[in-house]
Design a protein around this ligand. Sequence first.
Ligand code: ADP
Ligand code: MG
Ligand code: MG
Length: 931
Amino acid sequence: MTKKEYVFAFEQGDGENKKLLGGKGANLCQMTQIGLPVPPGFVISTEACLAYLNQKKEGLAPDLMNQIREAMAQLEEKNRKGFGDANNPLLVSVRSGAAISMPGMMDTILNLGLNNETVKGLIKQTGNERFVYDAYRRLIQLFGSVGLGINTDSFDSIFEDIKRKHKAKDDVSLDAAALAEICDLFLGLEKKETGRPFPQDPYVQLELAVEAVFRSWMGKRAQDYRKEFDISPDMANGTAVNICTMVFGNMGDDSATGVAFTRDPGSGENRLYGEYLINAQGEDVVAGIRTPRPIRALRRQMPEIYKELENLRHTLEDYYREVQDFEFTIEKGKLYCLQTRNAKMNASAFIKTSIDMVNEGLVSEQEAILRIQPDMLAQMLHPRLDPNAKEKILAQGLPASPGAASGKVVFDADRAETKAKLGEKVILVREETKPEDIHGFFAAQGILTSRGGKTSHAAVVARSMGKPCVSGCEAIEINNLTREAIISGKSFREGDLVTIDGSTGNIYAGEVATIEPEFVEDLLVLLEWADDISELKVKANADTPEAAAKSKKYGAVGIGLCRTERMFNQPKRLPIVQEMILADTVKERKAALDRLLPFQRADFKEIFKIMGGMPVTIRLLDPPIHEFLPSAEELVDEINHLRELRKTVEGMADLPPILKLLDPELHDKYTTHLEMITRGLEELKSKHLDEPLIEAREIMLRKVRALSEINPMLGHRGVRLGITYPEIYTMQIQAILEAAAEHLKEGGQVRPEIMVPQVCTLEELKWVHGYVARIHREVEKRFNIKVPFKFGTMIEVVRACMRAGRLAELAEFFSFGTNDLTQATFSFSREDAENKFLPLYKDHGILQHNPFEVLDIKGVGRLMMITNEWARKTRPTIEIGICGEQGGHPDAIRFCHHIQMSYVSCSPLRVPIARLAAAHAKLKEKDYSLV
Ligand code: ADP
Ligand code: MG
Ligand code: MG
């Protein structure tokens, strides 16, 4: 059997193979191989880690240990030092590093190889006793805490005791003797805690350290992290261990250590950026023991080294073609590079550097595009909390719509509107929202609810408007009567300030500073490159002229979903809609519809105008109509209230005569007042408490009860409504086609597409198509102009998928409504699922994601594939898109590209993200596979 190679010298390891060598190890190999000053060392592979975790025996396998010894022998030779050599000791660091960098993995152990003997040798060699004991105490502590699991506090308290004893203000003022004393005490502690002395044999130190790193892969923190961020074994499996010769930044004033970036990660500016500390070891910079100095100060302090750093920066960028974040150490005037990795930056720095790097000829446009994760752009489209504001989190809900906002608390939509008109910023706080709250959404900076999931009404509407929303925050108790909310025990009255962060779900008391988004020029350039690459088109879901304008600004090539019912939800229109619903006869209903027609026509015309000839897909009325009415409970409450009040008013009318009878003097004293009150009450009664007025509410209540459905989402809605009340769809179709005709007459261009929701059979489509054909003829005749349009259907019912071939006979386009389709595929009622069992399903790994957030490719996606195949057999050129909310997410977009959909349609603010994701989908299509 050939021996498996587990150990790779930096000179020899394959730097491209991060999975085998880990990110840190692979980069150390690459840097060594391109001639950068990396201290000699080697990598123990992730395969060795996996083998170790699978073995039953304790200790490292003899074969692996042999390979390590061989590599150490080479290291001794390269450094001309001996591991454990009392006169000329070699010291190393032991560093973990998986393919993906992962907090929760084991920390680094420095100065391994020191023991009571080598300490003496090193002192003789360096003549620096203090430095050596400082290194030794660091080793003993790190080895003890990291390798043996001893609580760091025990070390820290010993350290503090000695500092006190020597009256030392800080670590640096401890002298060699004090540090030696600390070493002794640490050694004692370690023996006491583990029952074994600190290993003096360097190879035992090394073996135990490597084992500890391996085991940390399965530590709880690391496992939780992998779960949280969906890091699959495919992405990172096991951790590598890097053994690296120690270099010392703490050998005097000609030594230093620091961290730098090849460009400014805040602004993206092309200049060296970073910090350093003179006479310190690497960990000191991170630990914040002393305040580091900005890197530009090094130019004066060590001009030669600064030049070398500049060279290093260019070499790193030329090689990695990506902004780098690197660690360096200067030992007695010599520069070493200890680590490099791709820098994390904010979105605008990413974009700036991308464009710059293309202009500098460093990367291609395609590479520039691939550098940026589409979701990152969200940062640039929504206001976010100022990272410098360190406010305490008051409560947490669900991050339902991204962005941050501050404002005064209001408890209903009307108040939101009045206050906003006065120029105040408000946050609408409700248990949950309903369609009639819509004007409150327009007025508010953000929405906060105590109930409902990420797909609750509040969340969906807020997202479609691009307003921040935190939903389902159970720490909020709202008392609508007293207009007060208790949030995590703190009381908020109307007008008190809160801040919500819809990107994290966090809620803060008071006003927290936010940073406004900026749609920078650079982003436009980048997105144009993206459009040139991508095949999938990006449209927007937009219901109003304002949303249409926003869609266009963000580069949508059409409107993929215009929900007509959203137009009904405005304060002036809702009463007419209610009239239409409550109508007893067709005639009455038509009368109400006739009044709605001009509103809809005007909106459509405006949208057509804004979109300037781009396709606009308009969905006919979809939701169950009782959504436009108040709930039965509300009405019952209101009616009871009014009746009580009426009785009280009547009782008050009897008051003056009774008083006169009982106490004429008192009566005379108050006559005028009493008269005023009774007159006022009479007025109130006639205006609001009139019997017919109360009866009208009762009629509404009866109607609401009659319309109530056990399961409204599966009830009388969509095309079913359109067929049972033909006058509703007829009005809408007329409004669309007339708006188109008017706009054409005025010289504009239009491409209206009429879309029918909830269809499950061809017969339904035929039915509605009948109205369309008739009205189309009429309109063309009346306006004497040709009006182009398309007719199509939503696909959101499982039966529609199965009948795709037939539906495509009549439908010129399909649009997947993946919200309803997901609901129908899983038989999960969305709200119930999100509030009850989905969280547990996710925790237990029964489902990996909430399918209402992340498109379920295996199930819903499968249905989409079948649908497309059958539809294209009937009508090869059929246009197929997706307008469900999941459609704006990069994973869904990759899938849609893969199955050759024509477009995705998402909320206006997601359009830039989707455009970038569509380009990524094209560029990465080769390595896409359906799992
Ligand atoms: P992390 O991933 O937490 O940055 P590292 O393995 O990079 O862990 O090491 C922690 C600190 O120790 C860093 O500042 C690093 O530069 C420093 N360090 C690691 N190995 C050496 C070494 N051989 N010589 C000097 N400093 C080192
Ligand atoms: Mg590091
Ligand atoms: Mg739907």
